[in-house]
Ligand binder design. Structure first.
Ligand SMILES: NC(=O)c1ccc[n+]([C@@H]2O[C@H](COP(=O)([O-])OP(=O)(O)OC[C@H]3O[C@@H](n4cnc5c(N)ncnc54)[C@H](O)[C@@H]3O)[C@@H](O)[C@H]2O)c1
Length: 371
């Protein structure tokens, strides 16, 4: 898969927006960004530095020529000639409405719009888009966006299936693993799981069962390692012994009724709880700055993916398989062995289904007016 984005735009350049910018630029794609924060240029620069450092470890033979980054003065200017736009503004519905309406107003009709939202349903966001709501998808990444391959794709009531197909191609073309969520729900799949685990973790610390550090150790020395390479169900299948998943279900199913979790019962979110967690976190990690921790995290993630890329008789396993294909794609791009397909040609290919989708909506709207 080669890059199929001719020109991208990023609206919002914080932790996540800057991560998208880094992934796109490092794939040789030009990006225009709009972020009203006067510090945005510096913050995006910091994330770029970290991303370059990580990619240098993945590609000792050299990185592809980076895309060009421009800072736009308005959303209109940023999205004017983009064929892919990723929105990453703070998680507030009113702000998402305002920003998506503006993007929709000024973006080319065949551009795909992805939202980074962690949990808002696309149906609730696309009501604000008056021109082409059918090309909005949620493209929910995980931090750091430039390293972790997963992106959850969610369509809303007005999203055309063709837009989801094009979005899948777009995200895959920049080394990601798109998973389309079958039914639209708040928080999708990843954040549903994370929130349940986080709620339980807050209880365990509040009740004095363990410290922040002990909880992290139980995860990272144990099941966290298993999850990174097989996920939940494949691991449990193995845990069932030779009889596999059915035996596992029979053995542990009844525990679901035991008082093992507090589930929806949320601890009161007050200053006392925040102080308890934050001070224990300081004890655990205060000796490193956030930037140092980012470097440690990135180095570890690259090392894990590199190790997994050598498994499965050299074909790679899980995230390692994607990592292997992605580093090859970037290596080829760097050595110009396989020049990226003619940008105009691929742009036309990517735009075709969306153009068809847009034409279909126009017909529907016209028919409605007649009726
Ligand atoms: N932080 C995470 O781990 C994470 C993971 C996945 C998804 N997300 C989602 O990504 C989105 C952004 O989150 P974040 O963590 O990067 O937040 P952030 O606060 O780090 O960044 C938000 C950025 O948006 C900018 N902004 C504010 N108003 C704007 C506007 N009108 N136009 C353009 N830019 C504007 C801010 O200046 C800021 O730089 C949210 O929807 C969040 O739920 C976050």
């Amino acid at each position: 898969m080669t890059t199929i984005i001719a020109k991208a735009a990023a609206v919002g350049g914080g932790v996540i927006g800057a991560g998208w910018v880094a992934r796109l630029l490092l794939n040789g794609i030009d990006v225009a960004i709009f972020d009203p924060d006067p510090e945005a240029r510096r913050k995006v620069g910091e994330v770029m530095k970290g991303a370059r450092r990580a990619y240098k470890q993945m590609l000792p033979g050299g990185l592809p020529k980076e895309g060009r980054l421009t800072f736009a003065r308005t959303i209109a200017e940023a999205v004017a000639d983009a064929d892919f736009i990723q929105e990453s503004v703070p998680e507030r519905l009113d702000l998402k409405h305002k920003v998506l309406a503006e993007i929709d107003m000024h973006a080319p009709a065949n551009a795909i719009i992805g939202s980074s939202t962690s949990g808002i349903k696309p149906t609730d966001m696309q009501v604000a888009m008056k021109k082409h709501p059918e090309r909005l998808v949620v493209g929910h990444p995980f931090n750091p966006v430039y390293l972790l391959p997963i992106v959850e794709i969610v369509g809303g009531e007005q999203t055309f299936p063709e837009a989801i197909e094009v979005a899948k191609e777009i995200y895959a073309s920049i080394g990601m693993k798109p998973v389309v969520i079958r039914k639209e729900i708040e928080a999708f799949v990843g954040d549903r799981l994370l929130e349940a685990a986080w709620r339980e973790a807050l209880w365990l610390i509040k009740d004095g069962i363990c410290s922040v550090e002990e909880l992290d150790d139980i995860m990272r020395y144990g099941f966290g390692l298993r999850w990174a390479q097989m996920g939940m169900f494949q691991v449990y299948r193995v845990a069932g012994g030779e009889a596999g998943m059915r035996h596992f279900m029979a053995q542990f199913g009844p525990c679901l009724k035991w008082p093992w979790t507090k589930l929806m019962d949320v601890p009161e979110f007050n200053d006392e709880l925040v102080d308890l967690i934050a001070s224990q976190s300081d004890d655990q990690s205060g000796k490193w700055s956030i930037r140092e921790l980012e470097k440690i995290r990135d180095d570890n993630l690259v090392a894990i993916m590199e190790a997994l890329s050598k498994q499965n008789k050299g074909k790679g396993w899980g995230a390692g398989a994607i990592h292997k294909a992605y580093t090859k794609q970037l290596g080829d791009l760097a050595s110009k062995k396989k020049p990226a397909a003619s940008k105009a040609a691929v742009k036309a290919k990517a735009a075709k289904p969306v153009k068809k989708a847009v034409a279909k909506t126009k017909k529907k709207v016209a028919a409605k007016k007649k009726g």
